[in-house]
Design a binder for this molecule. Structure first.
Ligand code: COA
Length: 337
């Protein structure tokens, strides 16, 4: 392999649970309305798991992406799973996926950067490929927030859904589909969005008085919103600059699907037409680490995203974390040959 090594995006895939929870279903659980949820967030329904686990949903996404890319498990050298809701504290969800898809010669690990996890995972994969360490990398984002939602808290239970989505990346001598990445975090905002327990904080004897609510997602929505509307355009601007392209060169904005108002505000601040936004939030809600590739996958399935095109992927979330990646989407589905 000659240096510098480029990266080809060979495929994308999804794993979506079949159980649908509509806004009308939530009206039966908390004091809310379809009108409030749809107008404040853009969400109409979300999917939640029944028997599925983070690893089973991740494996489904992996198999779909492998089918798209036309590659087999034994060709994969590295599996990175971005998740905040793993099956276990250990072993990693990535190792469970490895066994499921028979990627017998791969290394595997999990990465946690909440809803920005997939952008972090792409950046890590990019480094491993560019250094010549690994050739073919499976990157998955998966989250099962339904397991950590307080179904009596209308501030949070309306926002999240479960899902998984995956990319297959491969070293290439003459093509490069990851034009830039940009990663940031600000730990001073850690308290704004968290799932405190399970973790190793509460079993400590000094903190024996763990409240039941600490098992659930805790969020201060307004400051997270204010952070997001600034972080998204800043990240996209920086990633565009690093990719050495212009805003007009970007065909699609594929943002983290947390709130349609955040996406619209970001497009407006960027001076980008709202037509360029790729969104599936109405159908799946906020699927955290899966959100960006799942939106990309839906955009490809619905023929909104044309091939080839330039996409600005941008994420934000707990940590606080944020980041963006400019990619070229130019993959052909091996199954449609
Ligand atoms: N149904 C009906 N009313 C609700 C409600 C619900 N599900 N949730 C909150 N409300 C009420 C509030 O109690 C408040 O009532 P009040 O005016 O009588 O006090 C009113 O609606 C407005 O609440 P507010 O929190 O100011 O709404 P908002 O416009 O900020 O929207 C969020 C709330 C959560 C949708 C919004 O802040 C948001 O999207 N934040 C970012 C969250 C996020 O993206 N998190 C994940 C990041 S990865």
């Amino acid at each position: 392999m000659k240096f510098p090594i480029g990266i080809k995006i060979l495929g994308v895939g999804a794993g979506i649970p079949s159980t649908i929870i509509s806004n009308a279903d939530l009206e039966k659980l908390v004091a809310t309305s379809d009108e409030w949820i749809a107008s404040r967030t853009g969400i109409s329904e979300r999917r939640i798991v029944a028997e599925e686990t983070a690893s089973s949903l991740a494996s489904e996404a992996a198999r779909d992406a492998m089918g798209f890319a036309g590659i087999k498990g034994e060709q994969i050298d590295l599996i990175i799973v971005a998740t905040s809701t793993p099956d276990y504290l250990y072993p990693s969800t990535a190792c469970m996926v490895q066994a499921d898809i028979k990627a017998n010669s791969a290394a595997a690990f999990d990465l946690e950067a909440a809803c920005t996890g997939i952008i972090y995972a792409l950046a890590v994969a990019q480094q491993f490929i560019a250094s010549g360490t690994f050739k073919t990398v499976l990157v998955i984002g998966v989250d099962l927030h339904s397991r950590f939602l307080n179904w009596e808290d209308r501030n949070t239970c309306i926002l999240f859904g479960d899902g998984a989505a995956a990319f297959i990346l491969q070293a290439s001598e003459n093509e490069n589909d990851i034009l830039s990445t940009y990663l940031r975090s600000d730990g001073s905002g850690a308290h704004l969005l968290k799932i405190p327990n399970p973790g190793t904080y509460y079993p400590h004897p000094d903190k024996a008085l763990c409240k039941d609510t600490e098992k659930f997602v805790q969020m201060n929505g307004r400051p997270v919103y204010e952070f997001a509307v600034k972080a998204v355009p800043e990240a996209v601007h920086t990633a565009i600059e690093r990719a050495n392209i212009k805003l007009e060169d970007v065909d699609y904005l594929v943002p983290h699907q947390a709130n349609i108002r955040i996406m619209n505000s970001a497009a407006e601040r960027l001076g980008m037409s709202k037509e360029k936004i790729v969104s599936n939030i109405d159908k799946v809600g906020n699927t955290s680490a899966a959100s960006i590739p799942l939106a990309l996958w839906h955009g490809i399935q619905s023929n909104q995203i044309k091939t080839p095109s330039i996409c600005a992927l941008v994420g934000f979330g707990a940590g606080l974390t944020w980041g963006a990646s400019i990619i070229r989407w130019n993959a052909k589905d091996a199954r449609s040959k």
